[in-house]
Design a protein around this ligand. Sequence first.
Ligand SMILES: CC[C@@H](C(=O)O)C(=O)SCCNC(=O)CCNC(=O)[C@H](O)C(C)(C)COP(=O)(O)OP(=O)(O)OC[C@H]1O[C@@H](n2cnc3c(N)ncnc32)[C@H](O)[C@@H]1OP(=O)(O)O
Ligand SMILES: [Co+2]
Length: 134
Amino acid sequence: MIGRLNHVAIAVPDLEAAARTYRDVLGARLSEPLALPEHGVTTIFVELPNTKIELLEPLGPDSPIARFLARSPEGGVHHLCYEVADILAARDRLIATGARVLGDGTPRIGAHGKPVLFLHPKDFQGTLVELEEA
Ligand SMILES: CC[C@@H](C(=O)O)C(=O)SCCNC(=O)CCNC(=O)[C@H](O)C(C)(C)COP(=O)(O)OP(=O)(O)OC[C@H]1O[C@@H](n2cnc3c(N)ncnc32)[C@H](O)[C@@H]1OP(=O)(O)O
Ligand SMILES: [Co+2]
């Protein structure tokens, strides 16, 4: 069911500092910052030949990454995003297996303008999983 690894997300306390590290130290190509208030994050994507790194900074008081950063103030790997061909079919199949789809189960539009869903980390070896329709 899952396809390509779309991105690895890293929660960071300071997006500009993280962008400098990837651009100036690691020599990577970066997107412009994108504020996504409905997701409570600002993102910068690091473009790699085979996948992307999503740098995530909290945005607003209800950011879903605030608690993560409270536990890991220097930041860390936050989620993996896999592509699926049909997100509603993937959701229904996952629910049938007993996996917990976060929120109300309705896909929302993510950073790439495509529908996304999140799966509970406790059901996937302690890793938060995002699905994005390809
Ligand atoms: C820009 C859009 C999009 C894109 O297109 O790419 C994005 O990526 S947005 C990214 C941000 N959005 C989200 O993360 C949405 C989904 N997340 C959530 O609903 C919540 O963050 C959560 C995963 C349910 C966690 O909720 P929270 O209240 O922060 O945590 P708890 O304290 O209740 O944690 C319970 C339990 O889970 C562990 N945990 C929490 N976050 C992670 C994580 N990222 N990876 C692994 N494990 C995680 C946490 O440690 C707790 O464990 P125990 O202490 O053992 O109970
Ligand atoms: Co993501």
